[in-house]
Design a protein around this ligand. Structure first.
Ligand SMILES: Cc1cc2nc3c(=O)[nH]c(=O)nc-3n(C[C@H](O)[C@H](O)[C@H](O)COP(=O)(O)O)c2cc1C
Length: 318
């Protein structure tokens, strides 16, 4: 894989959001076969864990194949030195870019001073950016994904980030306090676009939050003058969410079951040593086993399966 070239991306470009325990190599390959986005992200991976004896446990999050391209590795953590070491390794592994998570709102990470907590610890945020850039040594772009603020919308945070001459900045249109509880504030993302035009016209700006279709993504990009749109949970409602015309509403029960079977088979091949537990498939079950008579009952049976073989047998019999 080569370094991500923003000049070669369409405008607006479409991004599959990083989602922990969701956007692994298996699901990215399914999405790639359905309707590919222009850019992929890994799940977020902790650099302090990667630089510890527990490293092997995390490497599964960095597995990828030739199809899921271009692929940006997203990292998080606390210690700049571990960002530096990890960034150098990620370039050698072949990632097209490195993204820093400065948006995750989870209590456990925030209480540890990580991710969205960096909005309130700007000195450390800049040290982490600097260390990552040193590790990447200009070989791939370094970007940041963040929110509108911590407790309230705070454009001083975005001003500071834009002053750092970032390659790309992704804004999830909510504050940390809002978690996912309110609709995304796209107007505020539009305000950050104006800041970008003034402070850092070369920084690529991506908007994120509640987008459910490609048409909606294109409309929001046009309305707010954004370079790209990132879609996360929209993929749960339509695996073809990046398609210009999605076939999903007309997918039959048989086609939906066949797509889940393909996912389960790929899961079993990829995680043959049980690197991921079978229960992680349950959230995917809801994507595919949906929208036909008897789907709810079938899901209940499928979610009780204790092996990929059992799941496939049940899908074959359904
Ligand atoms: C299950 C799940 C896991 C997520 N994991 C990550 C993550 O690892 N890194 C990250 O930056 N954001 C993560 N997010 C946030 C999404 O990337 C995205 O910003 C958020 O869901 C809003 O976009 P959406 O409305 O299109 O889903 C996660 C969201 C969900 C639902």
């Amino acid at each position: 894989m080569s370094s991500l070239s923003f000049a070669q991306l369409p405008k607006p470009f479409m991004v599959l959001a990083p989602m922990d325990d969701v956007t692994d190599t298996v699901f990215r390959r399914i999405v790639d076969d359905c309707a590919a986005p222009d850019v992929y992200f890994t799940e977020f991976v902790n650099v302090d864990g990667l630089q510890s004896p527990g490293r092997d446990r995390l490497l599964k999050k960095l597995q990828f194949t030739a199809g899921e391209q271009p692929l940006i590795a997203q990292i998080w953590g606390k210690h700049p030195e571990n960002f530096r070491k990890t960034a150098a390794e990620l370039v050698d592994m072949g990632f097209a870019g490195i993204d820093l998570n400065m948006g995750c709102p989870e209590k456990s990470v925030v209480n540890n001073g990580c991710c969205s907590a960096l909005i309130n610890n700007r000195e450390l945020a800049l040290e982490i950016l600097q260390a990552t850039r040193e590790g990447a040594a200009g070989r791939v772009p370094v970007s940041i994904k963040t929110r509108l603020g911590f407790n309230a919308i705070d454009f001083t945070w975005h001003e500071l980030l834009l002053q750092q001459n970032l390659n790309m900045l992704t804004i999830h249109g909510r504050t940390r306090k809002e978690m996912s509880a309110v609709p995304a504030h796209w107007d505020a993302i539009g305000e950050i676009r104006k800041l970008r035009d003034r402070i850092a016209p070369d920084t690529i700006l991506v908007g994120n939050g509640d987008v459910e279709s490609r048409a909606e993504a294109e409309a929001l990009a046009a309305q707010h003058g954004l370079d790209g749109i990132m879609i996360g949970r929209g993929i749960f409602h339509d695996p073809f969410v990046f398609a210009t015309e999605t076939p999903w509403p007309n997918y039959t029960k048989e086609q939906r079951i066949a797509l889940y079977k393909k996912h389960v088979q790929l899961f079993a091949e990829t995680w043959a040593k049980n690197e991921r537990r079978i229960v992680t498939l349950n959230k995917f079950c809801k994507i595919y086993i949906n929208g036909f008579d008897g789907a709810k009952e079938l899901r209940e049976h499928l979610m009780a399966a204790d092996s990929a073989g059992d799941l496939i047998a049940q899908l074959d019999a359904a």
